[in-house]
Design a protein around this ligand. Structure first.
Ligand code: SF4
Length: 317
C-alpha cells in the first residue's frame, strides 16, 4: 500500500496499453477483494437545488437554470422509510445528499443527525454529503452512527478553477481532514468528461492516491450533460477513458472500493462489464442519482445476474 506515488508514476500506469492495464488492475483487485462481489448503494437527495456554489456540472447550482425543482430538507421519518425499502431490496449502503455549501447548524443539522441515527439502526452503512463540514459537525455525525462522508475533489488542482470558482481545492482538503479526524471513513473521487485534459485525470488520481489513508470509497463519475448547466454541450467522453481511470484507481488504491457512479446510464452493458473487470466493485442503484437519471433497479438486478455478480453485505470491509 503506497501513499507516496509520484505524478509521473501515475501517468505511466494510466497510459499503459489498455489490455495490460486491465489485467494488472484485475490482478490487484483479486488480491484485495472478492472478485464476484459488488457493493450496491442508494443515493437520496434530502435537500434539493438552490445551492450557492457554482460547480459547472451541477443542475442544483442556483447559478444555472437547469429546471431542477427546489426542495427543502425532507422529513427524517420519510428518509428512514426510503432507506428501509432499499435495505429490503438488498441495498447495503445508503447515501444522503444535500445541496448546501456548508452543513448548517441548528434544526436542519439536528434533523440530519436523526436521519443518520435511523438509517444506521437499520444495519446499513450510512454516508452523507452535505458540503463543507467543521470538526464539531463531523464529530456529531460520527456519534450519530455515520459510516462515511462524501466530499469529491472532482478534478485536478490545476483544472479545478475552470469548473468551480466559489471555493478552492484547499477547502475540500480541510473538510476531508475534519472527517478523518472524527474517525469517519472518506468517500472521495471525481468526474471525468468535463473538458479536462488527460493530465488532469492523472492529477486527480494522483491527489486521491497520495491521501493517507486512501479514501475507503472512490467514486468515478462520468459527466451527465444537463441542459442549462455550462457543461451541457461537452463532447461525450469515451467509455474507455472511464475504464482507464478505474483501472488506475484500482492499482493505486488497492483496498478501496472503486465506485462506478454517475453517468452509468450512458454506458453500454459491455462498457460497464469492462469497468468491473478494471476493478470497479461498487455501483449506485435506484432510478435517480440526486437529480440525474440512473438505470432502474430491475435493469441493475438483471445486469448483476447476467454477469454472475453478487451484492456485497453491509460493513464488509
Ligand atoms: S455539486 Fe454540490 S456544492 Fe456544487 S453546486 Fe451542486 S450541490 Fe452545490
Amino acid at each position: 500500500m503506497r501513499h507516496d506515488w509520484k505524478r509521473e508514476e501515475v501517468a505511466e500506469i494510466y497510459r499503459t496499453a489498455l489490455p495490460e492495464l486491465v489485467f494488472r488492475a484485475q490482478t490487484v483487485h483479486r488480491e484485495f477483494h472478492e472478485a464476484d462481489r459488488v457493493q450496491t448503494c442508494q443515493l437520496l437527495s434530502i435537500k434539493t437545488g438552490g445551492c450557492p456554489e457554482d460547480c459547472a456540472y451541477c443542475p442544483q447550482s442556483a447559478h444555472y437554470d437547469a429546471g431542477v425543482e427546489r426542495q427543502g430538507l425532507l422529513d427524517p421519518q420519510h428518509v428512514i422509510d426510503v432507506a428501509r425499502d432499499a435495505a429490503a431490496r438488498g441495498v447495503t449502503r445508503f447515501c444522503m445528499g444535500a445541496a448546501w455549501r456548508q452543513a448548517p447548524e441548528g434544526r436542519d443539522f439536528e434533523n440530519v443527525l436523526e436521519m443518520v441515527r435511523g438509517v444506521s439502526a437499520l444495519g446499513m452503512e450510512v454516508c452523507c454529503t452535505l458540503g463543507m463540514l467543521n470538526e464539531g459537525q463531523a464529530e456529531r455525525l460520527k456519534d450519530a452512527g455515520l459510516t462515511a462522508y462524501n466530499h469529491n475533489l472532482d478534478t485536478s488542482p490545476e483544472f479545478y478553477g475552470s469548473i468551480i470558482t466559489t471555493r478552492v481545492y484547499e477547502d475540500r482538503l480541510k473538510t476531508l481532514a475534519a472527517v478523518r479526524k472524527a474517525g469517519i471513513t472518506v468517500c472521495c473521487g471525481g468526474i471525468l468528461g468535463m473538458g479536462e485534459r488527460e493530465t488532469d485525470r492523472i492529477g486527480l488520481l494522483w491527489q486521491l492516491a497520495t491521501l493517507e489513508p486512501h479514501p475507503e470509497s472512490v467514486p468515478i463519475n462520468m459527466l451527465v450533460r444537463v441542459e442549462g448547466t455550462p457543461l451541457a454541450s461537452m463532447p461525450e467522453l469515451s467509455p474507455l477513458e472511464m475504464v482507464r481511470a478505474i483501472a488506475t484507481a484500482r492499482i493505486l488504491m488497492p483496498a478501496s472500493r472503486v465506485r462506478l457512479a454517475a453517468g452509468r446510464k450512458q454506458l453500454s452493458a459491455e462498457a460497464v462489464t469492462l469497468c468491473f473487470l478494471a476493478g470497479a466493485n461498487s455501483i449506485f442503484v435506484g432510478e435517480k442519482l440526486l437529480t440525474t437519471p440512473n438505470p432502474g433497479p430491475d435493469e441493475d438486478e438483471q445486469l448483476l445476474e447476467t454477469l454472475g455478480l453478487k451484492p456485497l453485505e453491509s460493513h464488509a470491509v
